[in-house]
Ligand binder design. Structure first.
Ligand SMILES: [Zn+2]
Length: 494
């Protein structure tokens, strides 16, 4: 290990941590292209004589022996991801994907010049390496779990070989809020309602209109689901269905949303209407739109529905099919469904209609449902299945991974909480997130793991504004060192 060279890191403690962190900034590690950083870790493990395993998903598991006197302590797994999001300002000469990150010190913050910093999750890898090689820091047997491709849908964790894990306690080091201990997250299941419905030539002289919803805030379909924001596909379905009650028209297509992970901000339907009813339909949609704007006036005031003339070569669905398809969109639930019994203001179960896709005669409605309580999800999937069946369609279900259900009686949590209070003289915030973390995926493969997650303060991850708070890195380090020490102390006789 070389000395710290960048002046941005001069004088920062702990020195070995920052030296490892700096080394990582010089190694390309985009998701799915982690070979250079894997080689870096492999060489380091060989130098220190640590046993290293790599699974078929390319994830690494390293075994670090206990320090003297702690050999009989339980194995503790430390976990973080090797890859980083490689974003840059277009004008920047630097590029993380090529191992060019230039560190910049800005008061108490460390950032990169024009690029992502890779503190997400370089802090975890640097901390594991600094801890493992320092023989003066007491710990029991450690297992270092370094996953790949976290930033592309937890791909590495999904391919992780759980049989390599010997530890019963897993410490994830990929949290981004100082002062918080995370003890739970949501699992997720994707569903697709597919409805095949007949089409029929439009009536003579029919007009074609495009009805568009836009202007909503969107956001993360888990973390932001509780804010009452509009879902463009649902808004579009509602405006059309309300108008359809008084003015007959036929649906040609309905499309919206870009990702299962985001609340849709845009959606468009093409409809066919008798030329003599066109003005009436425009008025009916505007009436519906006014009520919708009112409904979202406090939570998503920008959402709007507009109608434009359009052209299409496609035949519309039949009148009966149009009714069925609009009913199906109305039936698909979206939004928070239950609150956490453990934490205030945290959603336990939610579902989000993420995409509507028209392909030939078929309409597909793709949802992502989440819960930290696995036993709650079947009811949500049941509702989606019922909507599909009532519409004469079919439901495809893809289970991703189970939730990480908070266990406030966790022994690891009690130990970590005590270490935190002793070190910092205050209570940590114990919380959970309504999103997926690698812990949920790994926990699903290794039942009975006692898991916890913490990290330093990292802001604007995944963007060139990413920065890490230097004093919180020191707090993070001290907490990690104290925690592995505490977990490995010989049990005192009563
Ligand atoms: Zn991360």
């Amino acid at each position: 290990m070389g000395a710290v060279e960048t002046t941005a890191l001069t004088g920062l403690e702990p020195r070995s941590f920052w030296a490892h962190f700096e080394a990582l900034t010089r190694i390309p590690r985009p998701s799915r292209q982690e070979e250079p950083v894997i080689e870096h870790v492999r060489a380091w493990a060989a130098e220190h004589g640590f046993e290293l395993h790599q699974d078929a998903g390319r994830n690494l598991v390293l075994r670090v022996p206990a320090t003297s006197g702690r050999e009989s302590a339980p194995t503790v797994s430390l976990q973080g991801h090797l890859d980083m999001v490689c974003e840059r300002d277009p004008s920047s000469p630097n590029d993380p994907a090529e191992g060019r990150i230039v560190l910049v010190r800005d008061g108490d913050w460390l950032k990169a010049d024009g690029t992502t910093l890779g503190a997400d999750d370089g802090v975890a890898i640097a901390a594991m390496m600094a801890l493992a090689e320092d023989e003066s820091l007491p710990h029991g047997p450690l297992e270092l779990l370094m996953t790949v491709a976290e930033e592309v849908g937890l791909e590495g964790a999904n391919a992780f070989d759980g049989s390599l894990v010997e530890g019963r306690i897993l410490v994830n080091l990929d949290s981004e809020e100082d002062g918080k201990l995370t003890v739970g997250c949501a699992g997720s299941t994707d569903t697709w309602i597919r409805i095949e419905a007949p089409r029929e030539a439009p009536g003579a002289g029919a007009a074609t209109l495009a009805v568009t919803v836009s202007g909503g805030l969107g956001g993360h379909s888990g973390m932001n689901i509780e804010y009452g924001r509009s879902n463009a596909v649902k808004v579009l379905g509602r405006a059309l269905r309300e108008a359809h009650a008084t003015v007959p028209f036929r649906l040609v297509s309905l499309d919206g949303g870009k990702s299962r992970n985001a609340i849709p901000r845009d959606a468009t339907a093409v409809v066919s209407v008798g030329a003599d009813r066109e003005a009436e339909l425009r008025a009916a949609i505007e009436t519906a739109a006014a009520t919708i704007r009112d409904a979202f006036s406090k939570t998503d005031a920008g959402v709007d529905v507009t109608v434009d003339s359009a052209e299409t070569a496609a035949e519309p669905w039949t009148e009966a099919a149009t009714t069925t398809l609009l009913d199906a969109v109305a039936l698909v639930p979206t939004g928070p469904l239950a609150l956490s019994p453990d934490f205030d203001d945290l959603v336990e179960t939610s579902t989000s209609l993420g995409e509507a896709i028209t392909e030939s005669d078929r309409l597909t409605l793709h949802s992502l449902s989440r819960s930290s309580n696995d036993a709650a999800l079947p009811e949500v999937i049941g509702a989606l299945d019922a909507a599909a069946r009532l519409a004469g369609g079919e439901l495809e279900v893809k289970y991703n991974y189970g939730g990480w259900r908070p266990n406030l009686q966790s022994p690891a949590l009690a130990t970590l909480r005590a270490s935190y209070e002793r070190l910092f003289g205050e209570e940590p915030i114990v919380t959970a997130v309504h999103a997926g973390l690698e812990t949920a995926v790994i926990g699903d493969k290794v039942p009975g793991l006692d898991m916890i997650s913490f990290g330093p303060q990292i802001e604007a991850p995944h963007s060139p504004d990413e920065r890490v708070s230097i004093p919180t890195v020191e707090r993070f380090w001290r907490l990690l060192v104290a925690f592995v020490d505490e977990l490995s102390k010989p049990v005192k006789e009563a």
